[in-house]
Design a protein around this ligand. Structure first.
Ligand code: UDX
Ligand code: UDX
Length: 464
């Protein structure tokens, strides 16, 4: 089966970069990315590549090559569905905020809407690819909706979870450790799998393209994220022990990471993991386990989240404690708002929760992030509903200059590991601050000894 037209529903952090790379690597395939959000589509089509809605190193160069050639961004969802041989579903699947499974289960509302729309407009057979992270056995629900509401056309459903990490998406897509494709174990299903294998084979070595049944593929995505998040929570748990014993978590991480069975990656102690996936996927895993009555399994994985929440709160509480138990009316500077460096994504960023805690203590926050807009920062704070929008704007100032952000501040908290923070003139910053000048390092990227020599009162994660 040869694919000549692809449609992707959802032009977000996953759909946008993934389709851009497929279009770049497969010039003979027309790729159309659609989204119901017109503002987002306009931004993808903006003549100025600085205005793309997703900030991701290298992305603009890929879009420059392919856009208008075989890569298109549009709001005409029906037409793109009709034309395509293969449809990727890449819409968001947030944690449910209502009803059964509230706070845990994935909300599949948007996935279902997509399925119904596809069923309504499709005139010929199509391969449907689940790109969104989904609970196990979602493909079954998709198939049931498509088969029962479609006009007699046949649908094959594949699971092809995305493993790219934000901030390194383009490199991750170019050199994927593996591509995973789950399909039905029937002749038809396997033909569909092969059609998708052929697309990736344009740039990924075939031995790295793994094929499995649909459920294994769906579950592998949740499992991969759960294992990665578990490593962060494990090292963060040890960071607290290091702080009370005098061990240094960076040294512990290096020592254990040199064991090839453990490996060196994902052992950076931090203020806590964020991002759209880790928490959501683990909650999902916990919910699925509970649904099947597997209490111990559910409790085991839930502890990863509990530890992460503890790490964020522990960091915020330490700031208040160090500032003589009161931050009321004091200016505190937050450097970094994104959930990690090299992205403008702020979903579930630890910074949001640290800020919220400090605002409850009536601190006056000044925030600087090189890529996140003031509008986004206020949206994140307002979304928590802890206080009125007016109060958030009264207590929080967002600035575009790091020196201005730190001027006359009682304390600085580093919440994202942006490289540029290491290049600042820290002596100049110290001189502008209220004394004693406190610095709380939530990412361990700055040099502790240098800062202390300047005169800062520092607090690093897992290293006192
Ligand atoms: C999302 C999920 O977070 C992730 O778990 C999943 O693996 C892939 O999809 P991401 O691309 O980062 O990842 O989400 P987001 O940036 O929110 O993009 C989703 C897009 O889908 C949004 O632009 C939204 O407008 C669009 N959408 C949503 C539709 O076009 N139609 C819908 O019905 C719902
Ligand atoms: C993750 C997975 O890595 C990716 O495969 C999947 O497709 C989506 O979810 P992402 O959320 O983009 O990707 O970022 P990731 O690099 O995994 O970082 C997640 C969070 O963990 C960030 O807040 C990061 O700062 C934190 N982290 C990561 C640590 O605190 N310490 C580490 O050692 C590594």
């Amino acid at each position: 089966m040869k694919i000549s037209k692809i449609c992707c529903i959802g032009a977000g952090y996953v759909g946008g970069p993934t389709m851009s790379v497929i279009a770049q690597k497969c010039p003979n395939i027309i790729v159309t990315v659609v989204d119901i959000n017109e503002k987002r589509i306009n931004a993808w089509n903006d003549p100025n590549y600085d205005n793309l809605p997703v900030y991701e190193p290298g992305l603009a160069d890929v879009v420059k090559i392919a856009r208008g050639r075989n890569l298109f961004f549009s709001t005409d969802v029906d037409k793109a569905i009709q034309d395509a041989d293969m449809i990727f579903i890449s819409v968001n699947t947030p944690t449910k905020t209502y009803g059964v499974g509230k706070g845990m289960a994935a909300d599949l509302k948007y996935i279902e809407l997509c399925a119904r729309q596809i069923a309504r407009v499709a005139k010929n057979d199509k391969i449907i690819v689940e790109k969104s992270t989904l609970p196990v056995r979602t493909a079954e629900a998709l198939k049931s909706i498509l088969d029962n509401t479609g006009g007699g056309v046949q649908f094959d459903i594949l699971s092809n979870p995305e493993f790219l990490a934000e901030g390194t998406a383009i490199q991750d897509l170019y050199n994927a450790d593996r591509v995973l494709i789950g399909g039905e174990q029937t002749e038809r299903g396997q033909r569909a799998v092969q059609a998708l294998v052929n697309i990736y084979a344009n740039w990924i070595p075939e031995e790295r393209i793994l094929t499995t049944n649909v459920w294994s593929s769906e579950l592998s995505k949740l499992t991969a994220n759960a294992f990665l998040a578990q490593r962060v929570s494990s090292i963060n748990a040890l960071s607290e022990l290091c702080e009370v014993t005098g061990a240094d978590v960076n040294e512990v991480a290096r020592a254990i990471g040199s064991d090839s069975r453990i490996g060196s990656k994902f052992l950076k102690a931090s203020v806590g993991f964020g991002g759209s996936c880790f928490q959501k996927d683990i909650l999902n895993l916990v919910y699925i386990s509970q649904t099947y009555g597997l209490k111990e399994v559910a409790d085991y994985w839930e502890q990863v989240i509990i530890m992460n929440d503890h790490q964020k709160m522990r960091f915020a509480k330490k700031i208040v404690r160090s500032l003589y138990n009161t931050v009321s009316g004091k200016k505190i500077t937050l450097l970094g708002w994104a959930f990690k460096k090299d992205t403008n994504d702020t979903r579930e960023s630890a910074a949001i929760y640290v800020a919220d805690y400090l605002l409850n203590e009536q601190a006056e926050l000044t925030i600087y992030d090189p890529k996140v807009t003031a509008e986004q920062i206020f949206t994140d704070l307002d979304y928590l509903n802890t206080r009125t929008e007016l109060e958030n704007r009264k207590l929080v100032t967002v600035v575009n200059d790091p020196y201005e952000a730190c001027d006359n501040s009682h304390a600085i908290a580093v919440l994202t590991e942006w490289d540029e923070f290491g290049t600042y003139d820290w002596k100049r910053i110290f001189n502008q601050m209220v004394k004693p000048a406190f610095l709380f390092e939530g990412r361990n990227i700055l040099k502790k000894d240098v800062l202390e020599q300047i005169g800062f009162n520092t607090s690093f994660i897992g290293n006192n």
